[in-house]
Structures are given as structure tokens and as C-alpha cells.
Design a protein around this ligand. Structure first.
Ligand SMILES: [Zn+2]
Length: 79
């Protein structure tokens, strides 16, 4: 399962490939956030700057898209 090598977070990962929506107040710093279950399967995604097509791509190849830990900001994600 994917997890952050730095802080051990394995519940959610962010994608640096999509910029956040700058127009929205209080927007999260990532355009796409994925939530994973205990088996490491991508369960839900939160699109903040990514389109639905982008999200579909990320869903099919999450290891290529989710490369950032949203908790500590690390890019050291192990799959
Ligand atoms: Zn982390």
C-alpha cells in the first residue's frame, strides 16, 4: 500500500500534477487529493483543481499521480 516515508501517513495522498484552484478561499494546497483504505485501494478523491477527466486518469494509475503527502508535504511516497 502507498505511504509517506517521512511521517507514515497512508490514508490520503495528494497529486502535485494539478494546481489547486486559486480562486477559492480556503482552498487546499493540492488540486487533487486521494483517500485510501487499509488495503491501499483508492476509495475517494477530492478534486479541487483537477477536472473529472484528470481524476479518472489518476484513478486508473494512482501510483503515477499521487506523489505528495498532504500532511507533511513530503514527496517521498512509497508504493
Ligand atoms: Zn508525510
Amino acid at each position: 500500500m502507498p505511504y509517506c516515508i517521512v511521517c507514515g501517513n497512508q490514508e490520503s495522498l495528494a497529486s502535485s500534477k494539478f494546481p489547486p484552484c486559486a480562486d477559492t478561499a480556503n482552498a487546499p494546497p493540492y488540486g487533487l487529493l486521494g483517500n485510501f483504505n487499509e488495503e491501499g485501494c483508492l476509495m475517494t478523491m477530492e478534486c479541487q483543481g483537477a477536472s473529472l477527466d484528470d481524476a479518472q486518469e489518476a484513478y486508473e494509475r494512482p501510483e503515477e499521480y499521487f506523489d505528495t503527502c498532504p500532511l507533511c508535504g513530503s514527496r517521498d511516497i512509497r508504493w
